[in-house]
Each structure stands twice: as C-alpha cells, then as structure tokens.
Design a protein around this ligand. Structure first.
Ligand SMILES: C[S@@+](CC[C@H](N)C(=O)[O-])C[C@H]1O[C@@H](n2cnc3c(N)ncnc32)[C@H](O)[C@@H]1O
Length: 188
C-alpha cells in the first residue's frame, strides 16, 4: 500500500488530474486580487509604509515610492470624507475664501452617481499628498467598491514604477478656467 502512494504518477489520467487541481481559473485569480486590494484598503498604515513624504520644488509636499510597483498594482486609497455634491459645492466656496487652504477635493462618478472625496482635513493618509502630472503620470485612479458597497477612490500603477520615483497622477480637470490659474495642470 505504501509503495503505491510513493509511486510516481503515470502520464495517464492521474497526472492530468494533478495538474487540473493546482491551476487557478481567471475568475479565482480575479477574486483573490479583489480580496487583496480590499485588505490593503483596510490596512493603510501597513500599506503606506512604502510611500515617503517629501518636499518637491514648486509643488509643496509629494510622495516618493520606496519600492517597485508593477503595472496595475494597488498603491493606496485617496482617503477622505465622501460627501454629497451639495455639501461639496458649499465647502468649495468656503475653502476658496481662505487662501491658506489647499485643493484636496476629488470629484468622481460611480455607477451613474456623483461623489466627492474631501481630503482637506490633514491626516496621516498619504494619497492626499500625491501631486499631479498630465505629461508623465505613473498612477491612475479607479473606484473600488468595499464590502459595505461604498465606493473607494484608489490609485493604481499605470506602468511599472521604480523606487525613488515621485508618484503622480492626472487630476483630470483640464478646464480653461482651472488651467488659467494653475498652468502646471498642462505643463507638468
Ligand atoms: C492634493 S494636493 C497635493 C499635495 C500638496 N502638494 C501638498 O503639499 O499638500 C494638490 C495641490 O498640490 C499642488 N500641486 C500638485 N501637483 C502639482 C504640480 N504638478 N505642480 C505644481 N503644484 C502642484 C497644487 O497646489 C495643488 O492644488
């Protein structure tokens, strides 16, 4: 009996079954990836230890990568308060009156609904400190739905990223009105 178990499987049905049992389907791999992203979203302190805060000339603070990222890797969440459009416009007007308040509001549409993430309040989460690039971004935004069904605005690698690169994504607002006051929107 023991001898039989130790026998190398023949190239017949046994070895075929062995290969099948270890292979993961695309759907399984996708589920595992989604689970991993949700875990990273829920554990920002662990995930964000590879994001280094630095001063960048002409931009203020920004974030430098401390490790390699592959294309499509989750990098971090743009974490803030998700608020209604009505409240977002009210706050925008308030913030505009105080020049010491920077711009940390991100508007997005998910499943046909409009949302705003307000990350104006200082926090230890680093997504709010990532600067903009139109010409050479290395991140992209994507909404991920969490376990409670809430949309979470996340940043993923647009291409492979090396340690020491500044992390940058296109903020998306290229309107003439915004560019007039902020030429860096199109020239950085
Ligand atoms: C979400 S904050 C990014 C973090 C910010 N640099 C800080 O120190 O808190 C957005 C602001 O950063 C600055 N910024 C972002 N990208 C920039 C760029 N490419 N050139 C110049 N300023 C930039 C602008 O003042 C912008 O309103």
């Amino acid at each position: 009996m023991v001898e039989k178990i130790l026998q190398k499987p023949s190239r017949g049905i046994e070895s075929f079954c062995y290969r099948r049992s270890t292979r993961k389907t695309a759907a399984t791999l996708q589920k595992e990836r989604e689970k991993e992203i949700l875990w990273l979203i829920e554990h920002p302190l662990e995930n964000e230890k590879d994001l280094i805060i630095e001063e960048f000339p002409g931009k203020g603070r920004g974030i430098r990568a401390a490790k390699n990222y592959s294309k499509n890797d989750f990098v971090c969440e743009y974490k803030g308060e998700i608020i209604s459009m009505k409240l977002a416009h009210k706050r925008e007007n308030e913030y505009a009156r105080d020049p010491s308040i920077g711009s940390y509001m991100y508007f997005f549409v998910y499943k046909g609904r409009h949302y705003c993430v307000d990350a104006t309040d200082d926090s230890s989460y680093k997504g709010r400190l990532i600067n903009h690039s139109y010409l050479n971004p290395n991140l992209r935004t994507q909404v991920v739905q969490d376990c409670k069904g809430n949309p979470r605005l996340c940043l993923f690698a647009l291409r492979s990223i090396k340690p020491d690169e500044e992390l940058l994504y296109d903020y998306g607002d290229h309107s003439a009105e915004s560019v007039a006051g902020n030429p860096w929107i199109l020239n950085s």
